[in-house]
Design a protein around this ligand. Sequence first.
Ligand code: KE4
Length: 434
Amino acid sequence: MQQSIKTSEALFAQAQIMIPGGVNSPVRAFRSVGGTPRFFAKAQGAYGWDADGNRYVDYICSWGPAIVGHAHPEVIAAVQKAAADGLSFGAPTAAEVEIAEWIRSHLPSMEMMRLTSSGTEATMSAIRVARGYTGRSKIIKFEGCYHGHVDSLLVKAGSGLLTFGNPTSAGVPKSFAEETLVLDYNDIEGIQACFAEHGPQIAGVIVEPIAGNMNLVKPREGFLEALRAACDAHGAVLIFDEVMTGFRVGPQGVQGLSGIRPDLTTLGKVIGGGMPMGAFGGRKDIMQCVAPLGPVYQAGTLSGNPVAVAAGLATLRLISAPGFFDQLTAMTAQLMQDLQSIAHESGEENFCADSVGGMFGIYFSKSPPVTFEDVNQSNRDQFNRFFHAMLKRGVYLAPSAFEAGFLSIAHAGEPIAQTLQAARESFKEIIGAR
Ligand code: KE4
C-alpha cells in the first residue's frame, strides 16, 4: 500500500508558485480526480517511481510513447550514441531519411512527410496544408476529439478541456472558431448534412479514427467510410489524426486496421519513443504544397532532431519484431476481460472495458461508449474512487475518466498480476463507498 507522498506534496506546492497548476500539461494536475499528482523520479519497463520512492505499474506510458517499456536499453543506447555526436545541427541528417522511409513503408498513404517536435505542430501543419491545397477555410472536427492545443481545433475539444468542462478555450478568437465545424463522433447523417450545406467551403476533416481523448471510443460501422466518401465527393482533405493510434493500435495504425486511406496523417508519441517528435504527411500532390516546394509555410528549429529521431528509430525497430503487436494486443484484451470479470464478481455491474492493440478504455457504465454523450453518462465519481484505490495500491491509471490507457510489452507477468490483485481489493473498497 501507499507510503508517504510528502515529497510530491512539497514539490507540488513549490511548482504551483511558478507553473500554472504546478504542471507543464493540464491533465497531469489531477484536477479531474483530485488529490496530489505524483512527481515521477524514474521509470523502467512497466514501472514508474515517484519522488518518495513509491513504485507504480504505469498505464500512462507517457500517454502512449513508452510502448516497448520505459528506458528500454536499446532505446537508451541509441539516444546516448546520438547525443554523443551532437544534440542538434539545424541541418538535414541521414537518420531523418531512414525514419521517413520506415514510416512510409508501414503507412503507404504517407507518400511524403515532414517531422515536427510535437503532435500539436503536426495537426496544426496538416490543417494549414489542407487549407492551402484546397484554397478553402472550413475544417470539420468532432466533439470529444482532441488534436493538440491548436487555436482552431480548441473548439469543444475533448481531453483536458473536456475535463475542465470548458467547451471553448479562452484566447481563441471567435473568428477562428467560426472556421471550425464541430460534429458528433459516429454521426454519419451529421457528416452528410454538413457537407450538403457547406461542402464547397470545407478544406478538410480531421478525426481521431479511433478516439482516445474522450476515453477510448471506436468508430461505428460505416463512420470512417462515410468520411472518406464525403471528402471524395466534395474535394476535401481527409486527415487521420493518428498521433495516439499510430503504431499503438497496430503496425499500420487505424488506416491499416480499417483499410481506409486518408489523404493526410498526423503522428507523434510512439514515433519519438518518448522524445519530442511528431510528423504529418500523405498524398504527394498535397505535400508538394509545403515550403520550400510550395506556398504553405511550415518550419521548426528542432524538427527531425537527431536525438529524438534516434529514440524513435530504436523504438520502431523494436515494435517491428515478429509477433510484437499480436502479443501486446492479446495481453491488453486479456487484462480488460479480467478487470471486467473482477468488477462483476465484486458486485460492480456498472463497469466494462475495451481495447484496440495496446490502447484501452475502462468505463463505469454498462457498455462501451459510442458517442460523446455516452461518455458523459459514465459514472465519473466511481471512476475517481477506483483511480485512487488503485493508485494507493501501486497502479497508476490515467488521472481522468476521459482518457484512454496504454500498455507496454513489458507489462507481461508481474505488473499485470499486481494490477489484478489491486483491482480485486479496489473494487471491494469502492463498492462499499457507493
Ligand atoms: P502533443 O502536442 O501533446 O504531442 O500531441 C497532441 C495530440 C494530438 N492528437 C491526438 C490524437 C492526441 O492524443 C494528442 C495528445 N494526447 C494527449 C493525451 N490525451 C497528451 C497528454 C497531454 O496533453 O499532456
